[in-house]
Design a binder for this molecule. Structure first.
Ligand code: DQA
Length: 148
């Protein structure tokens, strides 16, 4: 089972940006924790970060056929990234949307996610642990599907 882990704009700055909101861990540290959990779950991961919507879309288009699910934190594209949304729909893969912070209890403009309607689940406000949670949810859902 292969899962795409996609990080949107500014998430390369984790560990430096607004630590009181996003936590202390860097993106590399979060990806390493995810890889460790993936090993336990026997899942292969492909991680990708970009500050550019088009690059995220290219990655999804290139990788979707060889993957079974997507974990994505779209960063601010969450709130207006309709091309990214279309690419996720076209991938036909189950999507789990992750946010480090609780987007519903911050500025008003963050409370709208254009991705949420197509996400199987949204995991918010759990910091880096939300990614681990997402991987567990996705892996158990995919395993349940393949055992039928
Ligand atoms: C975020 C929330 C977004 O509103 C913000 O633009 C981000 C990070 C989160 O993980 O909490 O870049 O997706």
């Amino acid at each position: 089972m292969r899962v795409l882990v996609i990080h949107g704009p500014n998430l390369n700055m984790l560990g430096k940006r607004e630590k009181s909101i996003y936590g202390e861990k860097t993106l590399d540290e979060i990806n390493a924790l995810l890889r460790k959990e993936a090993q336990t779950l026997n899942v292969e991961l492909a991680t990708f970060q970009s500050n550019h919507e088009g690059a995220l879309i290219d990655f999804i288009q290139e990788q979707a056929d060889s993957a079974q699910g997507i974990i994505i934190n779209p960063g601010a594209l969450t709130h207006y990234g309709f091309s990214l949304l279309d690419a996720l729909v076209d991938s036909k893969l189950p999507v789990i949307e992750v946010h480090l912070s609780d987007i519903y209890h911050r500025e008003e403009w963050r409370a709208k996610s254009v991705i949420a309607p197509i996400a199987e689940q949204q995991i918010i406000g759990l910091g880096w642990k939300g990614y681990i949670n997402a991987l567990q949810v996705l892996a158990s859902g995919l395993k349940a599907k393949t055992s039928h």
